[in-house]
Design a protein around this ligand. Structure first.
Ligand code: SF4
Length: 145
């Protein structure tokens, strides 16, 4: 894939995130990061390919080269010492529409279905095969960078 095509695809992912932030939906992430501890929630975010590449690039931009191993069931991008997301500004769609009650509960699918479709379109443009669990999606994206 040409660099321009990739940049265009990643621009569309960012546009989806920006559109979500503009919607008048009563949600507010408190950055408690409980939803980043998948062993607590029993739920794991799934990423389309564009989201995964954007997240992998953001991770690389922190100066780190390899994903930390996660042995405690939490997201590999959760800083264990501070409890912060390493890529909060570029966190995936599922991390923005999560199920956390403190943030106002989950978005209903119909509230964001058009945005999901846009992410799926980007996934197809990038040759993805649909949403994958964050760990696997990130590992593949890191290899492809
Ligand atoms: S990417 Fe960030 S916000 Fe999403 S689960 Fe991982 S640490 Fe949490």
């Amino acid at each position: 894939m040409r660099r321009e095509e990739l940049q265009s695809a990643l621009g569309e992912v960012r546009a989806v995130y920006a559109e979500l932030a503009k919607r008048p939906l009563d949600r507010s992430c408190q950055a408690r990061t409980e939803c980043c501890r998948f062993q607590l929630t029993g739920l794991t975010p799934h990423l389309t390919k564009g989201e995964a590449i954007l997240a992998a690039k953001a991770f690389r931009a922190t100066g780190r080269k390899t994903l930390p191993e996660s042995t405690d069931g939490a997201c590999p991008l959760l800083k264990r010492d501070t409890g912060q997301c390493m890529i909060y500004g570029d966190r995936p769609f599922g991390c923005r529409t999560h199920f956390c009650n403190a943030a106002g509960g989950p978005y209903s699918r119909k509230q964001v279905l058009d945005l999901i479709h846009r992410l799926e379109d980007v996934d197809q443009r990038l040759g993805g095969d649909g949403p994958r669990k964050i760990q696997a999606a990130l590992a593949t994206a890191m290899q492809d960078l």
